[in-house]
Design a protein around this ligand. Structure first.
Ligand code: PHE
Length: 342
């Protein structure tokens, strides 16, 4: 009986070493440890042995049982460990893609345009979005209560500026930075102002309450209309290709004289007329003009010595036309289906 037990122990130990998975282990348990297994039949027979043998064999059988139970548990643990570590890291699987963001389409084009203006000697400057009524309107020749203010639906803020002199508003255009730049830097001056503006618009595909403009201002001795035209032509060619033409037609803005709009040949139909340009062949995209002498004075610059021009691009519109985007509300939507296309 003793030999039988030792032989069984060796047999089971060897089998345990060969087992590779949990199913194999279960089969082994079933075969050697269930109620009808050889091992249990031996255990059951112990009670019929003589007292001496009972003690000897009993002890041996018990220690073998303990040892085997332990080995079985160890085998189980190591199989489980292998399975988990395999699941966690499988070097043969393709790597998981790391999502990285990218610049917003408005920022991409802004960077491009800033580079272009840098190359022409313009500084890039900034101004506050919460602006005084004075800088936004009065200093730009919009007299208080003059109907010209109605051109720009304004968000009024329940605040006054520091010395309680002026009402505060959300700036309706980037032009107030003209005054700030003149006061701060004086003449000569060459700068652009990309920035966010706000108007109390009923929003639709072409109007947003929050939008972007790109202002430009040049002041020096002897600056005239042809300089303005030259700069705008250069920008148009850069944005929409070398065959782009510029058309300027008179338009009223209180802070420029003469004032003009600016249209480029439609990049889509090259001027033939299509849906994008509403069959005119031209895309209206900016306002501009020679800076009004009173505005120069308000900025502390002598209009007898200096002259200058200013222009303001509807920046969202410029990007919409470049990429054929048909709804301006997409820019601020945070919609990844839109953003991922750029
Ligand atoms: N600020 C004007 C607007 O928002 C555009 C403009 C800028 C016109 C500079 C002339 C000169 O409509």
């Amino acid at each position: 009986m003793k030999e039988k037990l030792l032989k069984l122990k060796e047999e089971i130990s060897n089998k345990l070493l060969e087992v590779k998975d949990l199913a194999g282990l279960k089969d082994l348990e079933e075969k050697y440890f269930n109620r009808k297994s050889e091992f249990n039949i031996i255990l059951k027979g112990i009670k019929d042995l003589s007292d001496d043998l009972k003690k000897d064999i009993g002890q041996l059988a018990n220690s073998i049982k303990q040892e085997l139970t332990l080995s079985l548990q160890e085998a189980k643990n190591s199989i489980e460990k292998q399975r988990v570590s395999k699941e966690k890291f499988d070097p043969s699987l393709p790597a998981q893609k790391q999502e990285t963001g990218h610049l917003h389409p408005l920022t991409q084009i802004r960077n491009e345009i800033e580079d272009l203006f840098h190359s022409m000697g313009f500084a890039v400057i900034d101004g506050p979005e919460l602006e005084s009524d004075y800088h936004n309107f009065t200093a730009l020749n919009f007299a208080p209560h003059h109907p010209a203010r109605e051109m720009q639906d304004t968000f009024f803020v329940d605040l006054k500026n520091k010395d309680e002199q002026y009402d505060m508003i959300m700036r309706t255009h980037t032009s107030p930075v003209q005054i700030r730049a003149m006061k701060k830097y004086g003449a000569p001056l060459r700068a652009i102002v990309p920035g966010r503006c706000f108007r109390n618009e009923a929003t639709d595909a072409r109007h947003e309450h929050t939008f972007y403009q790109l202002e430009g201002i040049v002041i020096d001795k002897g600056i005239n209309f042809s300089h303005l035209k030259g700069v705008l032509e250069t920008v148009g060619k850069k944005l929409y290709g070398p065959n782009t033409k510029l058309r300027m037609r008179p338009k009223y803005y209180p802070f420029v004289e003469p004032g003009s709009n600016g249209e480029y040949t439609c990049f889509l139909c090259s001027g033939k007329g299509c849906r994008v340009c509403k069959y005119t062949g031209w895309l209206e995209i900016l306002g501009c003009g020679m800076i009004h002498p009173d505005v120069l004075k308000n900025g502390g610059i002598d209009p007898k010595k200096y002259s200058g021009f200013a222009f303001g691009f509807g920046f969202d519109r410029l990007v919409m036309l470049k990429y054929n985007i048909d709804d301006t509300r997409l820019f601020n939507s945070g919609d990844l289906r839109f953003l991922k296309q750029f």
